[in-house]
Ligand binder design. Structure first.
Ligand code: ZN
Length: 251
């Protein structure tokens, strides 16, 4: 009897022994988890292409409730991202970045239905031919927003007043954009085009992203890298610190 069955997106996998793999799955029901896929490698691999990154699968998982590592039973391929990746090198790069970002942003065992639906929409949009660079920025913007890390575009982070004007001036110490009265700001400054693109991201579905936003997309790439870097540094540090504290307490 499996512990449970769920839909999932494959985020990545790594080798285990001669014939197995450990796969990292973003499941619809229980968030991110890891499972051993026995027989996934070797001369006659089980599962075939179902375990490729960003494949959408229906899986059954075995093991003990709360275990850190489960065992993969059945994995039925519902939808392959292969066609999207085959469109262009940019699309393939988008998909690998997409899997990496999802892996970095999702916590183990925490169901995040919005993130799951966002990931599905992004992969489908890549398949439908949306601009991969814009899709990358779109996904970053939404993952940051869903994690409460995207500063509001309409309110000053320092005084709460409305953000007038057309550009957005970021101030690191305030973790957000600031108004004229609260200047100076550390930067970066986002152009009016970048601001408009962000507004579009937060109201339009990803399959509507067409070409023609190259310059503002590049501005957002640098800005997002900064926000994500600050977030991940905190995230990566946290588990280690917690482990150390627990160990201290156990002495
Ligand atoms: Zn202000």
């Amino acid at each position: 009897m499996p512990l449970f069955s769920t839909e999932a997106l494959v985020l990545r996998g790594y080798k285990l022994g001669e014939t197995s793999r450990i796969v990292v799955l973003l499941t619809r029901e229980r968030g991110k988890l890891r499972a051993v896929a026995r027989g996934a490698r070797g001369r006659r691999p089980r599962y075939r292409s179902a375990l490729e990154p960003l494949s959408e699968v229906r899986v059954s998982l075995h093991g003990r409730q709360g275990a850190e590592l489960l065992r993969l039973g059945e994995a039925e391929l519902l939808h392959s991202a292969f066609r999207a990746g085959g469109r262009s090198l940019d699309a393939a790069l988008f998909l690998s970045g997409c899997a990496e970002l999802l892996d970095a942003f999702c916590s183990d065992g925490e169901a995040e239905d919005k993130v799951y639906r966002l990931a599905l929409a992004a992969v489908r949009a890549a398949e439908a031919g949306a601009n991969p660079e814009l899709l990358g920025r779109y996904l970053e913007a939404w993952l940051l927003k869903l994690n409460g890390l995207y500063p509001p575009l309409d309110r000053c982070a320092a005084c709460g007043g409305a953000l007038a004007g057309s550009t957005l001036r970021y101030h690191r110490a305030a973790h957000g954009f600031v108004c004229d009265a609260c200047l100076p700001a550390s930067g970066p400054v986002l152009s009016s085009e970048a601001r408009a693109l962000l507004a579009l991201f937060f109201k339009a579905p990803p399959d509507t992203l067409t070409d023609g936003f190259e310059a503002p997309a590049r501005e957002l790439e640098a800005f997002h890298r900064e926000l994500i870097g600050a977030h991940l540094e905190r995230e990566l540090r946290a588990p280690r610190v917690i482990r150390e504290i627990t160990r201290e307490g156990a002495r």
